[in-house]
Design a protein around this ligand. Structure first.
Ligand code: HEM
Length: 224
């Protein structure tokens, strides 16, 4: 696809490549760092989840002397995959979005939309709605993403809106899961993260979800 665009854009392939690289870096940098911080916080405050993630990595690493997960192992990390989904449900890095109607329309709810009307929607709230996610919607529970057969349950993008839905959905979803699984498994396998006593994490809605007073954690090396 890149080559096709490059061929079509005879005038300035360098500028085109620069813009593509900038888009990918800017779209991926803050979203991934927000997810990583929130996941480390959730894991540190849910020792049962930490234990299950470590147990899964241990099974994958059994019989090897490696200290890092490799690409072929990623599909085996189902529980970690579910923990990332669950983090992104409760704490979408882009907590709200807007769209502008190009034509007048009527929403499935019956609400009328005028041409040019700007609509703001909150992925943060949609990930916490009881009628969508059930009574335990506020709990951090990776298990809700795993089927009885032990596979990740497919949830339609209209329900799980963190990467948005429709033609302008995030192009980096698969890459995000791959990178996050690499990072989180390698970090957690080698280091233990504990909250600094008294530090309260306050997720703050801005363009990218952040933490008001940062994330203060104590990091120690694990004895493998
Ligand atoms: C957890 C990580 C990520 C989340 C939650 C996320 C979420 C989103 C959302 C909500 C949009 C739609 C924005 C809009 O239309 O206003 C978007 C668009 C986009 N994302 Fe991501 N993103 C993530 C990571 C990445 C990564 C790692 C890349 C690339 C390396 C990437 C590339 C893009 C691109 C190129 C678009 C624009 C798509 C288009 O407009 O057609 N994203 N992302």
């Amino acid at each position: 696809m890149l080559t096709q665009w490059l061929v079509a854009d005879h005038q300035s392939p360098d500028k085109f490549l620069r813009d593509i690289a900038f888009t990918l870096i800017s779209a991926g940098r803050d979203t991934l760092s927000s997810t990583l911080s929130l996941l480390l916080w959730l894991v540190a405050t849910h020792p049962d989840v930490e234990g299950k993630i470590l147990g899964e990595i241990e099974r994958v690493m059994a019989g090897t002397s490696r200290f890092l997960i490799c690409k072929d192992d990623l599909n085996e990390l189902v529980y970690l995959h579910a923990a990332i989904y669950e983090t992104l449900r409760l704490y979408p890095p882009l907590p709200f979005e807007h769209r502008c109607a190009t034509e007048a329309d009527v929403l499935p709810s019956g609400h009328k939309v005028h041409k040019g009307m700007r609509m703001l929607f909150s992925m943060y709230s949609m990930g916490r709605m009881e009628e969508t996610w059930g009574k335990d919607c506020m709990d951090f529970k990776p298990e809700r993403w795993i089927s009885d057969e032990g596979n990740i349950i497919h949830v339609p993008s209209q329900k799980f809106m963190t990467f948005l839905t429709g033609p302008r959905t995030c192009l980096g979803k698969a890459m995000s899961f791959m990178l996050l699984k690499f990072m989180v498994s390698s970090i957690l396998w080698n280091y233990k993260f504990e909250m600094v006593e008294g530090h309260v994490v306050k997720p703050t809605p801005s363009m990218v979800l952040s933490m008001k007073d940062g994330l203060k954690m104590r990091v120690s090396k694990r004895n493998l």
